[in-house]
Write a protein that binds this ligand. Structure first.
Ligand code: IPD
Ligand code: CA
Ligand code: CA
Length: 302
């Protein structure tokens, strides 16, 4: 029987980052988390129709750090609207948005990505979403990912994970050779960090080890699809808290595992959602060579 090739692992760093799921808050009221989930859904749904209407229209596009780091007028406008909505609904809160930085202050911190998958949105590809996560005392208590083009609302609170209004469970193939992995690795920034030849060699191992590898261009949506049981795993580097905070809780509450990978400036003791590397695996999946590869890459960047 054909088996995926054994990856070449120079240093087995698979224990370098503990395979923890998201930290669960001790004592936070599930009813309160449900209320925060409802607020997040309302804020995302308030901007979804406008973004859907703007999609594939002529729009103003700016560049942030480089030509691959795109922002549109709609990212900025949606973040302002979401921020105002959240601060009005929960005055004792602060909002950290990708485009506008920190607004407000209070014990609830919202992480907002007004459009995750901006490059897709700006070009005309329908893989993009709105992502809002709520954190209290360093722990995620509610999250929503709204996919306006697909008509899907993925959300979670401390009671569970939901696709639209129905409970949601992840469901992954047990072995990589039967599994679909969503990953944009390597991108140009990964060539710079890891070396082009090494990164392409690792990419080759993923292509040969998994049944299929897909680049969808939205980390949050990829994680939501794993949580929904529509893909088996997702993995990446170079992400920020606004990309994944909502998704981490949605994935975990759907029975999946979120493996954070620390490197660079982020201390390993920080919560999972602030780490720049991640692997997400749906319930029932186990892909050791993927976590060994990610641990090795993360260790080499540290
Ligand atoms: C990006 C997307 C992309 C991921 C990048 C993110 P943006 O977010 O999620 O899939 O690979 O790391 O920055 O810029 O579209 O909000
Ligand atoms: Ca993003
Ligand atoms: Ca964004």
């Amino acid at each position: 029987m054909w088996r995926p090739p054994d990856p070449v692992i120079e240093n087995d760093m698979s224990q370098a980052t503990p395979e923890t799921s998201v930290e669960m808050p001790a004592g936070f009221d599930p009813e309160e988390s449900a209320q925060l989930r409802a607020v997040a859904i309302a804020a995302a749904m308030a901007v979804a129709p406008g973004l859907k209407a703007a999609f594939r229209s002529k729009m103003v596009v700016d560049f942030k750090n480089d030509l691959r780091d795109i922002v549109t007028e709609h990212d900025r406008a949606a973040e302002v609207a979401i921020t105002e909505h959240l601060l009005a609904a929960v005055p004792q809160s602060e909002v950290l948005g990708e485009e506008g930085g920190l607004r407000g202050s209070g014990p609830v911190r919202w992480y907002v990505d007004p459009i995750d998958g901006t490059a897709n949105f700006a070009r005309g590809l329908p893989n993009w979403c709105i992502s809002i996560g709520a954190v209290v005392d360093g722990q995620i208590v509610a999250g929503v990912i709204v996919d306006p083009m697909g008509g899907n609302v993925f959300s979670a609170d401390l009671r569970g994970a939901y696709l639209n209004d129905a409970p949601m469970r992840s469901n992954a193939a047990q072995e990589a050779r039967f599994a679909t992995l969503i990953s944009s690795y390597p991108a140009a920034r990964d060539f710079a960090a890891d070396g082009k030849a090494a990164a392409l060699e690792d990419f080759g191992q993923l292509v040969e080890g998994f049944s299929s590898v897909r680049r969808n261009g939205s980390a949050a949506l990829g994680l939501a699809h794993v949580a929904a049981g529509w893909a088996d795993a997702a993995a990446g580097f170079g992400i920020n808290a606004w990309d994944v905070t909502a998704a981490v809780l949605i994935l975990r509450q759907s029975g999946g595992r979120y493996l954070p990978f620390a490197y660079g400036q982020t201390p390993a003791a920080e919560p999972a959602f602030v780490h720049p590397g991640y692997i997400a695996i749906g319930g029932g999946g186990d892909y050791p060579f993927l976590s060994q590869t990610w641990a090795r890459i993360a260790a080499s960047r540290s």
